[in-house]
Design a protein around this ligand. Structure first.
Ligand code: PMP
Length: 407
């Protein structure tokens, strides 16, 4: 018996696709980062203490007492009709005109990522994704054995010229990407947004090259300054699969997200969803629907915006005050994340155990690349700790970096 088979007796039986399934860096971190003495700037958990729990509780209680026989029953694979209509109202805030028939409700947007990958990707197919990209999407893509090709970003998001170059060089190698995966608003992990100009340009490039776009937008309504920008979907509804979620604007525990897709794609997604989960959880869907109907959900989003703005300010001013001059970072105007770049020679993954010893945690940049790059960067999130804890966390991190730079 070799070492691998002693650890897992079934190791020779797994399907080839499981080779891409490895524990994410975030999972490995969870155990240490949640110790109370560690200030975690690692996780992307919404600050749920800002939710009116009594109101949520009465929504849920009424649901059981008044509509229990429906709410606790199986439901449609595409999702509850009324909730899909309400989702269209939410999306209208970002310039999306869609019909409830175009919407499929999913188990968080994470399931929508899975469904889209499942229906489009054969092993070895190419997916274009920003550099860096969302770790959960990269895990999904890996589990279907996709080849992810990263496209550069800057402070205005994905760089259109780089997108054009990448598509062309793939084409000359006889490769055609299946889709472009992009997070245009308050990017996880980069903390930047795609400018309006670039939205038009990216839509145009994808039209020119007949490329599908997978637009992932969990944070679009959590901007701090202006009205939300129009979604990419609004620029190219015929070639965008749009993903939304109630995880950040309401609560992730309900696991209610959605996708809007061109008719044929949506049909395939519904079939794939039926095979995976029969139907999205009816109880959660009706709870979210009742919440949207009876509670001031737009005010709640404002409350979240104000809370996260204050925390973003705390993080940016702490970084400004305390970071060594060779360190740079992005300046988010919404969402949860700041992307920090270390001076050459420093390795954020190698440094993490020393940071945890100094009682601060972050996510190393390598988690956000499919190709192993990203070691000189790291992701900080400001959504969960209080402003005081954020400042103290940055103080600890700056101390670790100063020690590293002196070595
Ligand atoms: N996409 C992005 C960019 C995210 O940041 C997240 C959550 N961290 C998700 C998708 C998944 O969200 P959910 O499944 O909770 O809707």
């Amino acid at each position: 018996m070799n070492v691998r088979s002693r650890l897992d007796a079934h190791v020779d039986r797994y399907a080839a696709r499981t080779r891409g399934m490895t524990a994410s860096e975030i999972r490995a971190l969870f155990a240490v980062a949640t110790r109370p003495e560690v200030i975690s700037l690692a996780g992307g958990m919404p600050y749920l203490s800002a939710l009116p729990m009594d109101a949520v509780s009465s929504v849920v209680e009424r649901l059981v007492m008044e509509r229990g026989a429906v709410a606790l029953q199986y439901g449609s694979a595409q999702g509850d009709q009324k909730l899909r209509e309400q989702i269209c109202e939410v999306m209208a805030l970002e310039g999306i005109q869609a019909d409830a028939d175009d919407v499929i409700v999913t188990v968080g947007s994470q399931q929508a990522l899975d469904l889209v990958t499942r229906i489009f990707i054969d092993p070895g197919d190419v997916i274009l994704a920003e550099a860096p990209s969302y770790v959960g999407a990269l895990s999904t893509f890996a589990s279907y054995q996709a080849q992810v090709v990263h496209v550069e970003m800057d402070d205005d998001g994905l760089v259109p010229d780089r997108l054009r170059d990448t598509i062309k060089s793939l084409k000359s190698a006889g490769r055609r990407p299946k889709f472009l995966y992009t997070i245009p608003n308050f990017h996880n992990p980069a903390g930047v947004s795609l400018s309006l100009e670039r939205r038009r340009e990216v839509a145009e490039i994808c039209r020119e090259h007949d490329l599908l776009i997978l637009e992932d937008n969990p944070y679009g309504l959590l901007g701090f300054d202006e009205e939300p920008m129009d979604a990419l979907y609004a620029h190219a509804p015929d070639r965008v699969i749009y993903l939304g979620t109630f995880s950040k604007t309401f609560a992730p525990g309900f696991r209610v997200g959605w996708a809007v897709a061109p008719h044929g794609v949506r049909e395939k997604m519904v079939l794939a969803a039926e095979a995976a989960v029969l139907c999205p959880p009816v109880f959660s869907q009706l709870a979210v629907s009742a919440y949207l109907e009876t509670e001031p959900w737009k005010d709640q989003i404002k409350k979240y915006q104000e809370l996260y703005r204050e925390r973003r300010d705390a993080m940016l001013s702490a970084l400004e005050d305390m970071m060594p001059p060779s360190v740079t970072w992005t300046k988010p105007t919404g969402g949860f994340y700041v992307w920090l770049t270390l001076p050459n020679g420093l390795d954020s993954k190698a440094m993490l155990p020393r940071a945890v010893t100094a009682r601060v945690a972050y996510v190393p940049g390598t988690a956000f690349f499919a190709d192993g790059s990203g070691s000189t960067a790291l992701r900080l999130s400001y959504c969960y700790p209080t402003p005081e804890r954020i400042r103290e966390g940055i103080r600890r991190l700056a101390g670790v970096l100063e020690d590293e730079l002196e070595l």
